[in-house]
Design a protein around this ligand. Structure first.
Ligand code: DGT
Ligand code: CA
Ligand code: CA
Length: 575
């Protein structure tokens, strides 16, 4: 049985939830949460690490948690979690699954109203007893009442793409190796590169008579098979991710690829277009009467409809069909176009690896420049740098630059935007830097007018290169803060400065819709890894995928420029 990072993270989160319900020590709870977050952000599978001692090198993971990871990987179980599950009554654990109910609120219900099950809660709500409990305002109560009045909702949570990939890629490999199977594609929103996926759609190309279903029944990541026929199956993987699987023959693999990649809206456009030409398009092929005009290849389906092939990332019915007809599709960015990374951390602040190691890894990732942008000193930032430490780091970078050939290390910082729009470092401290990344890391809940004014004020400072993760969202954890994006876009355009597409798997910020708006407005993007360790340059892949979904080409991206051009563009941001 293979254990994925998200399984370990889920176990740690569950331990944190249960400890929290028990009212355990807050530091202990936070340690589990932080470790879970670290694990979810890793671009590689921890189970693949050769040496268990390497777990301890991860941020937030000490000897105790490293031991728990090793236990889970070797036994598939965690004694500490099983003990907690025995101690905390099942009704309380059910309460945790209700919308808006975290462990703190569950504990409040338990200690103040002796509520131990969803049924207790339903009765207490009906009797009006919950209104007096702290944290249970009218909106929270209304959501709970609604949730408790329905059968358990089938609207399962969407999973961030990177977490879905941990299960999707092994499944793809498993199926591809079965005898007789010719091709396997994970289609649907996964192939379109959406930031989150609702379920996996798996397409298997195999001749009639090949039966992948019986092998699937023995697959180690399988949770349950809910339906299974000769050419179709549905089920759920062990992480709760649902999947639909279809087996098709070679003659319709291309049209099935097209159909099940979606999006639904894109598919509707194509079928309308087929109908207007007296044709019929389905997952089986493109037909005129009984004659198949296309089907084996996806390219052929688009061509027969008079269209250029459309990259899956664009298939969201945002004008791509018309552009394909008129040969005006964008020349989409690829990872090979990325020349450098302008947002990278080291062990000087909250990164894991040294300046030298981060530079060596950037070269190995086929980059030719990197900006070191460690955090400024500010509330809640681990070991943030003040002006004096930043100056010493600049000296170190200049010395390193004098030694390396064919690669440039740029001096930078990630500077907090304070609540009132000032920056956490003075203009004088920033003047020596090449790249100034500014970001909101606090006061996420300001009303829109204040939040917008705060960001606009920061953008007026003389030294600003990039506004990092502009929406502030964390997938599955934090909504974007309230911000008038149009005004930020206009300010970035006029200044000028750059908007980031942050490639961290849970950020992917800007999102596709905002990227497209920036591209249309002529505001350039910076695609960054925000790497905190040598392996996280892989985050650039996610940033590129997201940028492609926003119709971005090479010319829209700051760090697709070679170093000489980059330097010119950097100078143009100084006021
Ligand atoms: P998801 O799973 O919510 O992340 O999004 P998708 O796009 O993967 O949607 P899903 O899994 O419901 O369906 C996969 C593809 O199958 C979808 O993108 C297009 C096709 N499809 C599914 N249902 C319909 C439908 O009712 N009409 C049409 N035209 N296509 C559909
Ligand atoms: Ca899907
Ligand atoms: Ca589906």
């Amino acid at each position: 049985m293979s254990i994925h990072n998200t399984d370990i993270a889920a176990a740690f989160d569950e331990i944190a939830d249960l400890l929290s319900i028990q009212g355990a020590n807050a530091f202990r709870i936070r340690a589990y949460r932080r470790a879970a977050q670290t694990l979810r952000g890793l671009p590689h599978e921890i189970a693949a690490a050769a040496d268990p001692r390497s777990y301890e090198a991860l941020p937030g993971i000490g000897e105790d948690l490293a031991g728990k990871i090793a236990e889970l990987l070797s036994t598939g179980r965690l004694a500490a979690l099983q003990k907690l599950r025995r101690e905390v009554p099942p009704g309380l654990r059910d309460l945790l699954g209700l919308p808006g109910l975290g462990p703190v609120r569950v504990r409040a219900l338990m200690t103040e109203l002796r509520i131990k099950t969803p049924e207790d809660l339903r009765r207490a709500l009906a009797a009006g007893r919950v209104a007096g409990v702290r944290g249970f305002g009218p909106a929270v109560r209304a959501r709970l009442e609604q949730a408790l009045s329905h059968a358990p909702s089938a609207a399962a949570k969407r999973l961030p793409l990177a977490q879905a990939a941990e299960y999707a890629e092994p499944l793809r490999r498993f199926l591809a190796e079965l005898p007789g199977v010719e091709r396997v594609e994970i289609v649907g929103s996964y192939r379109r590169g959406r930031d989150t996926v609702g379920d996996l759609d798996v397409l298997v190309c195999a001749p009639a008579g090949v039966d992948p279903m019986s092998a699937l029944r023995g697959y180690s990541d399988l949770g349950a098979l809910t339906a299974s026929g000769a050419t179709k199956a549905s089920g759920v993987l062990r992480n709760g991710l649902q999947f639909d699987l279809r087996v098709v023959g070679r003659e319709s693999f291309g049209s099935a690829l097209q159909y099940f990649t979606g999006s639904k809206e894109h598919g509707i456009r194509l079928r309308q277009r087929a109908r207007a030409r007296g044709l019929k398009l389905s997952e089986y092929g493109l037909f005129r009467g009984g004659r198949r005009l296309a089907g084996p290849s996806e390219q052929g389906v688009y061509a027969a409809l008079g269209l250029e092939w459309i990259a899956p990332e664009l298939r969201e019915d945002r004008g791509e069909v018309q552009a394909a007809e008129h040969h005006t599709l964008p020349q989409l960015l690829t990872r090979a176009d990325i020349k450098g990374d302008l947002h990278v951390h080291t062990s000087a602040t909250d990164g894991r690896d040294s300046l030298e190691d981060m530079v060596a890894a950037a070269r190995a990732a086929r980059l030719s420049y990197v900006a070191i942008t460690d955090h400024s000193k500010y509330l809640g930032i681990v070991r943030g740098q003040d002006a004096a430490r930043l100056a010493r780091q600049c000296d170190a970078i200049e010395a390193l630059n004098a030694r390396v050939r064919g690669f440039t290390v740029l001096k930078g910082a990630e500077v907090d935007i304070l609540e009132d729009g000032r920056l956490a470092l003075t203009d004088a401290a920033l003047a020596r830097l090449d790249v100034i990344v500014i970001a909101v890391h606090s006061h996420f809940d300001l009303p829109e007018a204040k939040q917008t004014a705060r960001v606009l004020r920061a953008l007026e400072r003389p030294h600003v290169t990039i506004l990092a993760h502009p929406s502030g969202r964390l997938l599955g954890e934090r909504e974007p803060y309230a911000l008038d994006f149009e005004r930020v876009l206009a300010a970035a355009h006029d200044r000028p400065c750059y908007l980031e597409v942050n490639g961290q798997p849970l950020r992917l910020d800007l999102d596709d819709v905002h990227i497209k708006a920036a591209v249309e407005r002529g505001v350039m993007l910076s695609l960054d890894s925000d790497a905190h360790s040598v392996d996280q340059y892989a985050n650039l892949d996610g940033a590129v995928r997201q940028a492609r979904r926003g119709w971005a080409g090479k010319s829209d991206v700051l760090n697709a420029r070679p170093i000489a051009e980059l330097r010119k563009l950097l100078r143009a941001t100084r006021l």
